[in-house]
Design a protein around this ligand. Sequence first.
Ligand code: GDP
Length: 365
Amino acid sequence: ALKAGIVGLPNVGKSTLFNAITQAGAESANYPFCTIDPNVGVVEVPDPRLNRLVELVVPKSIVPTAFEFVDIAGLVAGASKGEGLGNKFLAHIREVDAIVHVVRCFQDENITHVAGKIDPIDDIQTINLELILADIDSVDKKIERSRKNLKGGDKKVVQEVEVLERVKEALYNDMPARSLELSDDEKLLIRDLHLLTMKPVLYAANVSEAEVADTDNNEFVNKVREFAAAENAEVVPISARVEEEIAELEGEDKAMFLEELGLAESGLNRLIRAAYKLLGLYTYFTAGVQEVRAWTIRSGTKAPQAAGVIHTDFERGFIRAEIVSFDDLSAAGSMNVAKERGQVRLEGKDYVVKDGDVIHFRFNV
Ligand code: GDP
């Protein structure tokens, strides 16, 4: 399963946010693929399309799709030189597919800031520098090894060194590897390095309880927005402390609390959706009277492999897929009307599943 790692300097609110995530807790019986680990929290992806399908089908059960957040505490300045538990944490970051970088935007004199002042950009750059230094180390070593192979004249090695040199130059200019425009082939050449600064990032701007309803005019958040815009990254303003409280509530209590705060939905929901998008994931649905369920695939997945997410037997015995887009089904109001309108298609094994497809698989057992 894909994972998003939560990183940030000490005392910015990572644990608080992670608590909210585990409190909100997914029904783990539904997600047997998920890791059981105190540093991993499973979250369900809120999706209004799922609610609409439930209206249309009225199923016995509803299962949203889910992914994992990993709490990667302890990243401090000097980590790449082995400060603190440096290398161990960098190794954890290497294993995640995307990074949620928590940045302190709340002022509270009782809570020490490691640098002695609130300066979100400085904080971001401190962490980024550690990741860049760690990547420089990987790239330098790799270039050295590849150079030795260059003598063989292998064209692939030549290309690889070329790409590595470009990455190196970016890193030495304090730019993350993801800021380079690399083709898919070029990315493939350096994939084995699992560069930390190649991973997609979003910034979670942790604001105080008092400021949660209006973050548009928050000076700190706006600085983060400006910084993030330059690297095409998204910013999710959130109050970790408020989220911790929200996560303890349910149903009407939750709705009332959100209303009091002036929020349409929890910040956690917004964060989950943003992280899901960052991971580059698509959702397709199955909608039967027993169960309406959302499933996760990577973009570009073909129908049999998408079926395989449900069960390997579905992939092995795949015959055809009966597919209607969510939008068509929602507008039609029922599967029968969608069929009358000719919107339900039969697709074969080469069909590339789209985000929002509602699918009924036909397979041999
Ligand atoms: P971590 O070191 O990044 O995991 O930070 P923690 O989650 O442990 O938070 C550090 C301190 O900041 C704790 O005492 C939290 O209660 C506090 N904190 C976290 N978020 C907020 C917030 O939005 N407002 C205020 N006032 N305090 C917060």
